[in-house]
Unconditional design. Structure first.
Length: 326
């Protein structure tokens, strides 16, 4: 079943597929390396990405998320779209600019990606994204907008994004870190020639980190599309994390006959301001577990039983920063 991404955006499914873990050999998701085994060559990873994309599409997933910094994610997505014979509009594709992939297809590197939110980077990466995705590209987002990068005050960048919006490309921003809510509220006020620049936000919200919720509700009320990423906290809200503090999640999932990740995703799907929640699955099996979230009933009583999992935002983001690339 599909819905609109915000008041006037493209058509999307409630569950989308993000390619952060599928487009490069190393990522910070718990157990990522085990999902690919010894062969993490480009052809092998492209085959696995296509298998997961096929399973997602066959299960009704119609939103797919990539970024310039996700290794070859855009290229894998483009080759899959061609192989399936999908036309623009059959699915909705979003991507992001602002980080450049620098790991040279290595699992461990000194720097996996380098951030630059200036106009030359936007212009270069937009050309690269369009060269791969062509008319399939429906949403283009600033990758992890922050106050520190200055992108929300850069008139040249904002004017360029406004022109893209006028040309029919939906423009948004993704967020990261303990200041997600503050950055989002600032972005809600951004105008060029009196018109809003942005119509979509992609942010982290999960059972451990709920702090952006009120601001995301405000964005939804303003007609924005709301995409939630990292709903399983890079694997921390899956069976791969055996931490004692996550025992309530594992117990409640077991009671309902689903995996912890399905329960965690169901919590996000239950939020009235959510347009899409992303699965970050690396395998078809993980995706199938994630898809079970669509049939998990949610209630206030269930929510209250999991409130004890919430971490202080700075603690949550510090733990995320310490996750190893694998």
């Amino acid at each position: 079943m599909t819905r609109t991404l915000g008041a006037h955006g493209p058509s999307v499914s409630s569950l989308g597929l993000g390619l952060a873990a599928l487009g490069r050999p190393g990522y910070i998701t718990l157990g990522h390396g085990a999902d690919f085994g010894e062969d993490r060559s480009v052809p092998a990873m492209e085959r696995q990405a296509h298998a997961v994309l096929d399973a997602a599409y066959d299960a009704g997933v119609r939103y797919f998320d990539a970024a310039r910094s996700y290794g070859r994610a855009e290229a894998f997505l483009a080759s899959w779209l061609s192989a399936r014979g999908l036309r623009p509009g059959d699915v909705t594709v979003g991507s992001k600019w602002g980080y450049t992939y620098t790991a040279d297809w290595q699992v461990r590197a000194e720097h996996h990606e380098v951030k630059d939110h200036t106009l030359p980077t936007l212009q270069r990466q937009l050309g690269e994204s369009r060269a791969l995705l062509g008319p399939h590209l429906a949403l283009y987002q600033i990758h992890s907008a922050t106050f520190e990068s200055g992108v929300l005050r850069d008139t040249a960048v904002l004017s360029a994004l406004a022109r893209l919006r006028e040309q029919g490309l939906a423009v948004g921003l993704s967020l990261s870190g303990a200041s997600q809510a503050d950055v989002l509220r600032s972005a809600l006020e951004v105008r060029v020639d009196g018109a809003p620049v942005f119509s979509c936000v992609q942010a982290t919200w999960n059972l451990l980190e709920r702090s952006a919720g009120p601001a995301l509700a405000e964005a939804h009320a303003a007609g924005w599309g709301v995409i939630v990423k990292e709903a399983v906290a890079n694997g921390r809200l899956t069976s791969r994390d055996s931490s004692p503090e996550l025992l309530p999640l594992r117990a409640l999932a077991s009671e309902r006959g689903v995996t912890p990740d399905a329960l965690a995703l169901a919590a996000v799907l239950a939020q009235p301001w959510v347009s899409v929640v992303l699965s970050g699955a690396s395998t078809v099996e993980q995706l199938r577990d994630n898809l079970a979230a669509r049939s998990v009933p949610w209630s206030a009583e269930l929510d209250s039983r999991l409130l004890g999992l919430v971490e202080a935002p700075r603690d949550y983001w510090a733990k995320r920063s310490s996750l190893p690339w694998n």
